[in-house]
Structures are given as C-alpha cells and as structure tokens.
Design a protein around this ligand. Structure first.
Ligand SMILES: [Zn+2]
Length: 153
C-alpha cells in the first residue's frame, strides 16, 4: 500500500527480525494512520536531503519491540517513528543537523549510536516538541545533537 509517493506501508512495517522470529508485525488501523503521518514527514525529509532514505525500522508491534530491546514507551510502538540513514547526503549526524536546521514539525529526533537517525512525529492533534537527543550507550540520552561520545575512548 503506497502511503506517499516514495513510502509504502510495507516498507514502514518490514523487519528482518520479525521475519526471522515469526512475529506478525501487521499494524492496526490507528497505527496505520500514524504511519501515514510519518510517511508524510519522511517525504519532507527526502525532499530536503534530495536523496532516498534507507529505513531500517518503522512500526514495531510489542513483541518485535521487546525482541529488539526497544524502549517500552518507544514511538515505534505507535507507528510514529522511523530509523533511517541517507548515506548519499552524509553521516547520520550530518543528516540530523540538516533536519534540525529546518522548521519541520517532528516531535523527537535522536542521533543514535552514530549509526542512524530516529525521527518521530507527534501524536495526532499534539504539539511537535522538536526535542533533540543523542545516545551512544543504552539508556543514556544526551541533550542535543552531538557527534562523538566524548566520555569514551
Ligand atoms: Zn528508533
């Protein structure tokens, strides 16, 4: 199902981990509505970066989220978040900085482990907080976008 010109429902629900574990990661109607809003945001990001996004994780049902060690309050559970890279544009840090420099209405963006960007849209009818975080160690969130984990060698 095509949600927007460049993003399908399947792409935002696909998970190698779910496939391996036999987990049914089919979204509910409510989750699908969130995924549509997420896809619209991803279209804006794609237009900004002028290159395709490679999505590694979108919706995660509870079983899948638990299996991959996701936060119990993860926006992925509601279909409101995607993890992606855009190598043709730059590193995840450079991508996150570019997005942060716009007025896009994301709820939260996290530069994760220097490896990918996590971008979440707000719940329907809620304000976009535009919160920026960086994480290099599980559970240890740093405010803002940073490039290096200066606490580690
Ligand atoms: Zn994520």
């Amino acid at each position: 199902m095509q949600l927007t010109p460049h993003f399908t429902l399947e792409e935002l629900c696909f998970s190698q981990e779910a496939a391996r574990a036999g987990i049914d990661n089919t979204p509910s109607g409510e989750v699908t509505a969130n995924l549509l809003r997420l896809a619209k945001m991803l279209e804006k990001v794609r237009a900004l970066l002028k290159h395709p996004l490679h999505i590694s994780s979108g919706f995660r049902c509870a079983a899948l989220n638990a299996r991959v060690g996701g936060s119990k309050t993860s926006a992925h559970l509601e279909g409101r978040a995607a993890d992606f890279i855009c190598p043709a544009f730059g590193t995840p840090y450079v991508v996150a900085r570019k997005i942060a420099g716009t007025r896009l209405g994301y709820d939260q963006m996290i530069h994760e482990y220097g490896r990918w960007v996590h971008l979440a849209v707000p719940r329907a009818n809620e304000r976009a907080d535009r919160e920026l975080l960086t994480i290099f160690e599980p559970g240890k969130y740093l405010a803002g976008l940073t490039q290096l984990n200066e606490g580690r060698a």
